[in-house]
Design a protein. Sequence first.
Length: 102
Amino acid sequence: MDDAEAAFNWLLSEGYEPGNIITIGHSIGGFIAVALALRLRDKKQPLPSAIVSISPWCDLEMRSRAGPAIAGFLARPETITRGRAGRSPPGEARARACMPPS
């Protein structure tokens, strides 16, 4: 968040008007786009003119009702490797199992 705020403030220091700045992000970047505006608002600083948040990851603590239901599914090694079944050489480390084929 500090880097995003520093980048926004740098744009302002370079003469860009807040009305000509938008924040945009996908996934965790979508969260940062929104969180930056909230941080600036709380500090009573100028705000970007728009926020584009595509599929934001906003529940970082996974407290939503869906979080516990999908957390176990996403974290199981067999779930991670299922998409690569048959494409990984024998003995390949599990950590690389979700990487695209080279």
